[in-house]
Design a protein around this ligand. Structure first.
Ligand code: GLA
Length: 544
């Protein structure tokens, strides 16, 4: 594609561009003006992706983003020769494309196109897209270093950020696209008032749809109607209550709900997050940029953001959300999704609790699990427990406890099995309006202690039975185990564990962590009687 006259002018007159670009930084483009109309139809979050993950996301952008592709193609081809100017000129183009009904995301892609030819995606975005903005007085970079919580002289040890699985709350499961400043403040207050903060739920994570657009400098712009005070003020509010703030973005050109993704803007976005005081980033996998809908590019894209976050100097927890496990993930993220999106049901489909336990919980081979949406070797998930440990965790998705689709017995099982799997405990309910039953589940400190045990071992099923299951999770302390007696069947049943299955000889002390009752010192094993259908008994067993 030939250069437009505007691009030629920009190449020839970078200083003029700087001068012209600065005021335009205030003028945010709106993704909804895209010719494809993709944004509005994706607002629910489900469209454009699904169990198939990036493949479907990629397909969706190819279909829904015909204008996007057209908009970006020329700029990408220009990227290599435009060099450092590519990012800034593309950003400028984004504004004008949007105004003319074209594609602002085309601009985003063009930034990364230029970047890719120069080395890494983030490099081009940073040097090309950002420099004029700094001179123009926009906010994100200048204050990033000051925002680093560790301070300039104390490098952050990212391997020590989540020595136990992260705990907190996330907006998506209950509120979907209805996030707002008011909701986050209300939830932060409720986390404090309910005792959840003091029980360990410290991350308050805003999921998809907080973003609106990018300004002409490429800076991510929050949805001002929903977040009128901006994210920095919200972070201050949350921090003042002893909590931490999390945000969401995506490695692609758009998020799963069609908001601007971070592809090509990784460094700029990471610096913005740091400047705002963000403590956690969930990074999704929708709408891979053209040509990047494959595992190699996925690894690169996630690594670019990891490095960008680290470079800020702020201790930001990095949550990979790519819906299945890849062996490189433990060296890139602090946690990584191992499953499709959870739904608020126990066992009625592949998004239910049982399916996620099977996939995340070392059960793949026991259940002959096969992911028909994958065509590569990862279709057969490996035993995942080996990858969990202090600083890095398997993530079977956020909690549904309290959202209404399961019985309290099932919610207790959901919560218990997440604790047995050393999973992140990210509540997903309406904390300000939860029932006493929900509160009692989320605040069972003995179950939380199983999850948060400093040994950081993920529990595994140890029984031959696949219906009346026994799971074991080694705990810190000598000969100490959490044991789950889990009834998957439709009728109440007795379930037994013998100490020899745990490696304990002789007698052991036993405590029931839901009954909050010591059961005494017991020889050789224990049988829980009448465990309800879909129910679980969780024991702490300590050998002599
Ligand atoms: C994906 C993720 C979800 C949620 C939505 C938001 O589906 O897996 O957890 O973040 O995107 O659009």
């Amino acid at each position: 594609m030939t250069r437009t006259s505007k691009q030629r002018a920009l190449l020839g007159a970078p200083l003029l561009w700087l001068a012209l670009a600065t005021p335009a930084c205030e003028e945010a483009w709106d993704y909804k003006k895209q010719g494809s109309g993709g944004g509005a139809s994706l607002e629910g979050g489900a469209a454009g992706r699904g169990a198939g993950g990036a493949t479907r996301g990629g397909a969706a952008i190819a279909e829904g983003g015909a204008v996007l592709a057209g908009g970006s193609a020329g700029a990408v081809s220009e990227g290599g020769t435009l060099g450092a100017e590519a990012g800034s000129s593309s950003a400028g183009e984004a504004g004008s494309l949007a105004a003319s009904g074209g594609s602002a995301s085309g601009g985003a892609s063009s930034v990364s196109g230029g970047a890719a030819s120069g080395g890494t995606a983030s490099g081009g975005a940073a040097s090309g897209g950002k420099a004029p903005c700094i001179q123009g007085g926009t906010s994100s970079a200048g204050s990033a270093a000051e925002a680093g919580a560790a301070g300039a002289n104390e490098p952050v040890d990212f391997s020590k950020l989540v020595l136990t699985p992260p705990m907190g709350w996330n907006s998506w499961n209950r509120f979907g696209g209805n996030v707002s400043e008011a909701l986050i403040k209300e939830t932060a207050d409720a986390l404090v008032a309910s005792g959840m903060r003091d029980a360990g739920y410290t991350y308050v994570n805003i999921d998809d749809t907080w973003q609106k657009s990018r300004d002409a400098c490429g800076n991510i712009v929050p949805d001002a109607a929903r977040f009128p005070s901006g994210i920095k003020a919200l972070a201050d509010y949350v921090h003042a209550r002893g909590l931490k703030l999390g945000l969401y973005s995506d490695r692609g050109t758009l998020t799963c709900a069609g908001r601007p993704g971070s592809y090509g803007y990784e460094v700029q976005d990471a610096q913005t997050y740091a400047a705002w005081g963000v403590d956690y980033l969930k990074y999704d996998n929708c709408y891979a940029a053209p040509g990047r809908d494959n595992d190699t590019a996925m690894r690169q894209d996630y690594t670019v953001m990891r490095d960008a976050l680290r470079a800020t100097g702020r201790p930001i927890v990095y949550s990979i959300c790519a819906w299945w496990f890849q062996p490189w993930m433990p060296s890139v993220g602090h946690l990584w999704r191992t499953t499709t999106d959870i739904e608020d049901n126990f066992d009625s489909n592949i998004h239910g609790v049982i399916s996620l336990v099977n996939k995340n919980g070392e059960d793949a081979s026991r259940f002959g699990y096969f992911d028909a949406t994958r065509s590569d070797s990862a279709a057969y998930l490996p035993g995942l427990a080996q990858y969990a440990g202090p600083g890095h965790w398997n993530d079977p998705d956020m909690l549904e406890v309290g959202n209404g689709g399961m019985t309290d017995i099932e919610y207790r099982t959901h919560f218990s099995m997440w604790a047995m799997m050393a999973a992140p405990l990210i509540a997903g309910n309406d904390v300000a309006r939860m029932s006493d039953a929900t509160r009692q589940i989320l605040l069972n400190d003995e179950i939380i202690a199983v999850d948060q045990d400093p040994l950081g071992k993920q529990g595994r099923p140890i029984s031959a039975s696949k219906t009346l299951e026994v799971w074991s999770k080694p705990l810190s302390g000598s000969s100490s185990y959490a044991v789950a007696l889990f009834n998957r069947t439709a009728a109440a049943a007795d379930i037994s564990v013998s100490w020899s299955e745990l490696g304990i000889t002789g007698s052991a002390t036993v405590r029931d962590l839901w009954a909050h009752a010591n059961l005494g010192s017991i020889v050789s094993g224990y049988t829980a009687t009448n465990v309800p259908s879909h129910g679980v008994v969780i024991l702490k067993v300590v050998g002599q």
